[in-house]
Write a new protein. Structure first.
Length: 255
């Protein structure tokens, strides 16, 4: 597959995944509306479940693709590709994009009404308690601050992929876990009220946080590691799976 054909296929995949990702973003909005009144501690616990889950899925897919299609199958190489690929993609999707989006939307900044909701010392105590409960605009890097959960999740995904390399995981599940992890991160920083305008902004954040990283995981990585004699038959024939069918072109017969 030539560079031009790869680029064309990637663009076709991005376009094809957009409607499905829109649905995932809507589910993320519903998730946030359901849990909007939860404490920062509860939001953090939700994130501590969905983010490692996303890391495991990403590690399994990335490491499996490398092991199946690369001529270099040593465990150390599979581990490095699976670890950095999963940690990088999951961090971008679940943390970096949501964090930048929350800063742009001002989700971690109390509104004027909240600042003056109470009077006197009780107001001062309530606001600082609320800020302490949430992350207050500080970025939360899971693989550093919760290294004992996130890093083992990546290693687990790589180990599964090394001994049982499979790539046909439900794509719907990947998108759902990624969306809920991003939504949980936004809830961790949520201090302002959720208005109609904020909901629209959150929708855009969740769409970008899921669409680009998941397509990098499901499309770009496979196309980087496929063998030179493999051709992708069609752009994403089944959106419910991580991988797409590949075929070896028939050898030319000598006259």
């Amino acid at each position: 597959m030539s560079v031009k054909e790869r680029a064309k296929h990637i663009l076709a995949e991005l376009k094809g995944h957009a409607p499905f990702t829109l649905f995932g973003a809507l589910l993320g909005i519903l998730f946030m509306l359901v849990f909007k009144n939860t404490s920062g501690v509860t939001s953090h616990r939700l994130f501590s479940v969905f983010h490692p889950g996303h890391v495991i899925l990403s590690a399994m897919v990335t490491a499996s693709m490398f092991k199946l299609h690369s001529t270099k199958k040593r465990f150390v190489l599979v581990l490095l590709v699976g670890y950095f690929g999963s940690i990088g993609i999951a961090t971008l999707s679940d943390i970096i994009i949501p964090h930048i989006g929350s800063e742009l939307l001002g989700l971690s900044v109390p509104t004027h009404a909240q600042l003056h909701e109470h009077e006197g010392d009780s107001e001062h105590a309530d606001i600082h308690s609320n800020e302490d409960e949430h992350h207050g605009g500080k970025i939360h890097l899971g693989f550093i601050e919760e290294w004992y959960i996130v890093n083992p999740a990546a290693f687990l995904g790589v180990l599964i992929a090394y001994f049982l390399p499979r790539t046909k995981f439900p794509h719907a599940g990947h998108v759902l876990v990624s969306t809920w992890a991003s939504s949980s991160y936004l809830l961790m920083n949520l201090v302002s009220e959720i208005t109609v305008g904020v909901i629209f902004g959150i929708f855009v954040i969740l769409f970008l946080a899921t669409w680009l990283p998941c397509c990098i995981s499901d499309i770009v990585f496979p196309l980087l590691f496929v063998k030179s004699d493999i051709e992708v038959t069609a752009p994403c024939p089944v959106h419910g799976k991580h991988s797409h069918p590949h075929t070896h072109p028939a050898p030319e017969k000598d006259n």
